[in-house]
Design a protein around this ligand. Structure first.
Ligand SMILES: [Zn+2]
Length: 192
């Protein structure tokens, strides 16, 4: 009798900046490693906040990672024995990440993918909405509003916090490394 095929799945961890998404991703990776499952962690090459070769949360949890410049490179980073694939900062990969991760889950991989669900101006941030739609599990995290302390589903750019940078021209993808120039905000305090 054939060996039963492993059952793949997609688990999404989504939210604004400062919600602890990477920490949750790293937590799931550590659990899988304790269970001696073969894990591959992928970061985008533009995400250099933690330094190349590792993914780290604000609170200091970290794990070794491989780097990809585009979604199409991810299957090449997955080995024959890989059981869990973790992808951080999914928004860097854009819409092409969705079919790539669906194919890998169809083939039996457990895929944990974390990323920003909203842009700094409060719009849904592809590909997180699409990934949430096709996932088995979605964990939507909130941050804490820096004005009032309520749950924050948004983050905003703080005026004047980005020195010498043409303000409106900075592309959405430039969330890279700029944590100090954004703040988490609740629905009430997201517009200034
Ligand atoms: Zn608030």
């Amino acid at each position: 009798m054939d060996e039963p095929r492993r059952t793949g799945r997609i688990e999404v961890v989504a939210g604004p900046m400062f919600a602890g998404k990477t920490e949750e991703l790293v937590r799931r990776v550590h659990r899988a490693q304790i269970a001696r499952r073969e894990v591959v962690v992928v970061a985008h090459e533009l995400d250099t906040r933690s330094g190349v070769g590792r993914v780290a949360s604000h609170s200091g949890l970290e794990v070794a990672s491989a780097t990809a410049g585009e979604a199409g490179e991810i299957p090449g980073l997955v080995g024959a024995g890989t059981e869990l694939l973790a992808v951080d900062e999914a928004q860097f990969f854009g819409a092409e990440l969705v079919p790539v991760l669906v194919r890998l889950a169809d083939a039996g991989l457990v895929v944990v993918v974390a990323g920003l669900s909203v842009t700094f101006d409060g719009r849904p941030f592809s590909p997180l909405p699409e990934l949430m739609a096709v996932a088995e599990s979605v964990t939507k995290l909130t941050a804490v509003c820096t004005v009032c302390g309520r749950d924050a589903a948004y983050h905003v750019r703080v005026p004047g916090a980005v020195p010498d940078e043409g303000d409106a021209l900075v592309p959405v993808a430039s969330h890279v490394g700029g944590a100090e120039s954004y703040e988490a905000r609740c629905r009430r305090h997201r517009s200034r």
